[in-house]
Design a protein around this ligand. Structure first.
Ligand SMILES: NC(=O)c1ccc[n+]([C@@H]2O[C@H](COP(=O)([O-])OP(=O)(O)OC[C@H]3O[C@@H](n4cnc5c(N)ncnc54)[C@H](OP(=O)(O)O)[C@@H]3O)[C@@H](O)[C@H]2O)c1
Length: 321
């Protein structure tokens, strides 16, 4: 959803009356996508550590669909029993800062930013499908001038998931063999590009129709999962990024496809060390569909959410699923 020049809001800003309401896609009950309707609502108030941004583009992601429908029902326990407490979906936005909280000193009105919007705290995103959105300062970053608002709005969830998995948790280093299972997907397509940019030799696994796409993203080798099972081949990988929700391979199979650990390898340091912490050890970056985790073979019993803040990731949203 992109509107690089939002007309309605711009016109209203030219009038002298203070603008207190905005247009938004609102939701008053759970149900199929047509419960989302265009409406008028108040512009969100911001706290000391928030920024208010004029939304130029908003990304749609998996949680938007889930909360719109309110299924599985158990999620209503925290999202709202009869209707969602946050009546505006959308948590990935890009736009222009219009107001800053008293505690925000490094951004000012006019700055172009992108990131995650909603109440501070995990699982409380929303409010992006609107003219204005409140974002905690810690959840936004400056938008690079080289990308559009629409491109920036696509990054905050899937792009950051991939960044944390590949860079922070797997600690991918130049020359490593990295396999991304699900390489044509929302997270996998970013993971291929990030691993490649970190200097790894990337193998992407995807369906027949996406092999050219995955190759164009930087994968040196592409495996079509309908024809080949990478866990049964002879090739070994230093890092495997996998999505257990696909349930295509057993842990034992994935482990078999990892490069055997050298007996002289130093034991891995605590996972919070990020890049280099798992150096010299084969690694498995394992993502779970609702609580992504990354771990090394030596730490399988001690998996951790990859959305937890990492000391190597100081500039991006860190806990937004
Ligand atoms: N997207 C996000 O922002 C986000 C954020 C956090 C966590 N997650 C979680 O991460 C996981 C992946 O999400 P996603 O959005 O990247 O999913 P997605 O866009 O639906 O992509 C799924 C990928 O899996 C591939 N695939 C399907 N069947 C396969 C098989 N039998 N063997 C190997 N690969 C197969 C697909 O390949 P083809 O299409 O080429 O067949 C595609 O590359 C999900 O569990 C999701 O909940 C997603």
């Amino acid at each position: 959803m992109a509107a690089n020049k939002p007309q309605a809001g711009a016109a209203r800003e030219q009038s002298s009356a203070p603008v207190t309401t905005m247009k938004a896609i609102v939701q008053h009950r759970y149900g199929p996508p047509d419960v989302l309707t265009l409406g008028e609502t108040g512009i969100p108030a911001i706290g000391d550590d928030d920024v208010l941004i004029r939304v130029h583009a908003a990304g749609v992601s998996y949680p938007d669909g889930v909360i719109t429908r309110g299924i599985p029902y158990i999620l209503r326990l925290f999202a709202g029993l009869r209707r969602p407490r946050q009546g505006i979906r959308g948590s990935k936005v890009a736009g222009t800062v219009t107001k800053t909280g008293a505690g925000v000193t490094d951004l000012r009105p006019g700055d172009e930013v992108f990131g995650w919007c909603g109440q501070p705290g995990a699982a409380r995103g929303g409010g992006g499908f609107a003219e204005y959105a409140r974002c905690p300062r810690t959840m936004v970053a400056r938008k690079p001038a080289t990308i559009t608002f629409a491109q920036a709005a696509a990054l905050p969830v899937s792009g950051v998931t991939a960044l944390q998995a590949v860079r922070d948790w797997a600690g991918v280093r130049p020359g490593q063999q990295v396999l991304v299972n699900g390489a044509s997907g929302g997270v996998g397509s970013f993971a291929v590009q990030i691993a490649k940019a970190l200097g790894a030799e990337v193998t992407g696994v995807c369906g027949t129709g996406h092999t050219d796409l995955v190759r164009s993203l930087g994968a040196g080798t592409v495996i079509d999962y309908t024809r080949e099972d990478f866990t049964r081949g002879t090739r070994r990988y230093d890092v495997i990024l996998d999505f257990p929700h696909l349930a295509t391979h057993s842990l034992a199979g994935l482990r078999r496809a990892l490069t055997p650990k050298e007996p002289s390898s130093p034991p891995p340091t605590p996972a919070t060390g990020g890049s280099g912490a798992l150096a010299a050890s084969s690694q498995l970056a394992w993502q779970h569909h609702s609580c992504p985790t990354a771990c090394s073979p030596r730490r399988w019993p001690r998996t951790r959410p990859i959305w937890a803040p990492s000391p190597t990731s100081s500039h991006q949203p860190s806990s937004h699923r």
